[in-house]
Ligand binder design. Structure first.
Ligand code: ACO
Length: 429
């Protein structure tokens, strides 16, 4: 990455000037890298709410306006007009591909989808009822033991192969985790299918009969993957960058990202939102839950509502809602939970509490309903998120390695523990 940091001003602190940079969009940032040297002080910022950890040219979010751009392109345009492979190319390379570029990239991904035969033995070590995310953490980390020829992060060719392998093998591994969990045989990838169609057939086909791809289901899942591909410096992406900053190999870095994504405050929220909608069950019970969500003494929150960055409608939620509608129509499913979700959204968006706190539906509010309609068990939801987010993680990892300002990640702390004291021998305690 060529750094585009340009000074646009300065701020003074204790008589020392610090440069200010302006990005393409968004708030200006103060460069405090010399703070420790100049003022012998650090900043205190738990959760990094006021800290830009890096320069990035991949994704931009405007939380107040409800805007999400991948390499400058609005998320709704990509979800409607592009597909998984083309958007993955865009995130990795910065520009939309030419027809030949796209064909080459698609071929590269398609021809890396199989996993080493011995890799299958690895699965037998897990309990049958293992959560797919537990399997994914272990299996993805284990890839570095199988693909030594792509772990030299200083070799651009190694890096390139690792990127293709990562994106290509994630659906195979996620589908294997699902098949292992439900006690069915693993299904080989098929190179005549699109990325998402192939994933569906690896999850749902069985050797006993022909599997027919439902184009609408595949297209909806493709959209879900695009919507989840990247979201700038969120917890799991920052984890991947932090792991990668020490020079760890890409497979290990993505395994670290998967571990972080697993948490209920991050990738696990779509499961929680669906469970909540099922618990509400019918439209007449909505007021009771709205009341609970507003009660300060009740820990209950409307799952799938609110976001740290979006203080407006999450742009991914609008695309998701439309896709949910399309899938339910196409599959001729009348899901009462969808009716509950739409009515809950309508009531909440007219309620003073939610309006004042700028709490809008986020992507998780509708994605669980769609994934359930497509036949995925709730345990698989976060694994599907990990599959899609792998593209963002690996693009951000690549960008970090080529950043001229890159350093090993090493936050500081303010120490408030015991002051220096001398060891007390056992017989004097
Ligand atoms: N239901 C009811 N009240 C809420 C909700 C909610 N879903 N979300 C926030 N609030 C209230 C809080 O109680 C708080 O009220 P107060 O100011 O009176 O104390 C206020 O809104 C601000 O909430 P914070 O938790 O401080 O906001 P923050 O930005 O830290 O949290 C979060 C964002 C964690 C997403 C929160 O909105 C939440 O818990 N939502 C439900 C879980 C969820 O859907 N997570 C998925 C996020 S999207 C993703 O990860 C892909």
């Amino acid at each position: 990455m060529e750094s585009k940091l340009k000074q646009s001003g300065a701020v003074s602190l204790d008589g020392v000037e610090f440069p200010v940079y302006s990005g393409t969009h968004g708030q200006d940032v103060i460069d405090i890298r010399s703070l420790g040297k100049q003022l012998d002080k650090f900043t205190f910022d738990p959760g990094y709410t006021s800290t830009a950890s890096c320069e990035s040219q991949i994704t931009y979010i405007d939380g107040d306006e409800g805007i999400l751009l991948y390499r400058g392109y609005p998320i709704d345009q990509l979800a409607e007009q592009s597909d998984f492979i083309e958007t993955a190319y865009l995130l990795l390379h910065g520009e939309l591909p030419t027809p030949d570029g796209l064909t080459d990239f698609r071929d590269n991904i398609t021809y890396h989808t199989m996993v080493h035969e011995h890799f299958k033995n690895f699965f037998n070590g897990f309990r049958r009822d293992a959560h797919p995310m537990a399997v994914m953490c272990g299996a993805v980390g284990a890839l570095s033991a199988f693909y030594h020829d792509s772990t030299d992060i200083h070799d651009p060719e190694h890096r390139n192969i690792a990127v293709h392998r990562m994106i290509a093998k994630m659906p195979t591994i996620a589908a294997m985790a699902h098949k292992y969990n439900v006690g069915q045989p693993f299904v080989f990838p098929r190179n005549d299918l699109s990325y998402t169609e192939n994933f569906l057939q690896m999850c749902f086909s069985v050797p006993a009969e022909e599997y027919e791809i439902n184009k609408i289901a595949a297209s909806a899942l493709d959209k879900i993957f695009i919507l989840h591909m990247d979201h700038e410096q969120n917890a799991s992406t920052s984890t991947v960058r932090l792991a990668g900053s020490s020079g760890a190999n890409p497979f290990a870095c993505i395994a670290a990202g998967i571990a972080c994504l697993w948490g209920p405050a991050h990738g696990g929220a779509n499961e929680a939102a669906l469970r909540m909608l099922m618990e509400i069950g019918t439209v007449d019970r909505i007021p009771e839950y709205i009341k609970r969500a507003k009660d300060k003494d009740d820990p209950f929150r409307l799952m799938g509502f609110g976001h740290r960055v979006y203080k407006n409608y999450d742009p991914r939620a609008s695309v998701m809602k439309k896709a949910t509608n399309e899938v339910l129509d196409a599959l001729e499913l009348k899901d009462p939970i969808f009716a509950v979700a739409k009515e809950l959204e309508r009531i909440a968006l007219e309620d003073e509490y939610f309006v004042q706190k700028k709490l809008y539906p986020n992507i998780d509010f509708y994605s669980g309903i769609t994934l359930r309609a497509l036949g995925f068990p709730t345990d698989m939801f976060t694994a599907l998120f990990a599959l899609a987010r792998t593209v963002g993680w690996i693009a951000q990892w690549q960008e970090m390695l080529s950043d001229p300002n890159q350093k090993i990640g090493r936050p500081r702390q303010i120490y408030t523990g015991a002051a220096r004291r001398d060891f007390v021998p056992m017989n004097q305690r």
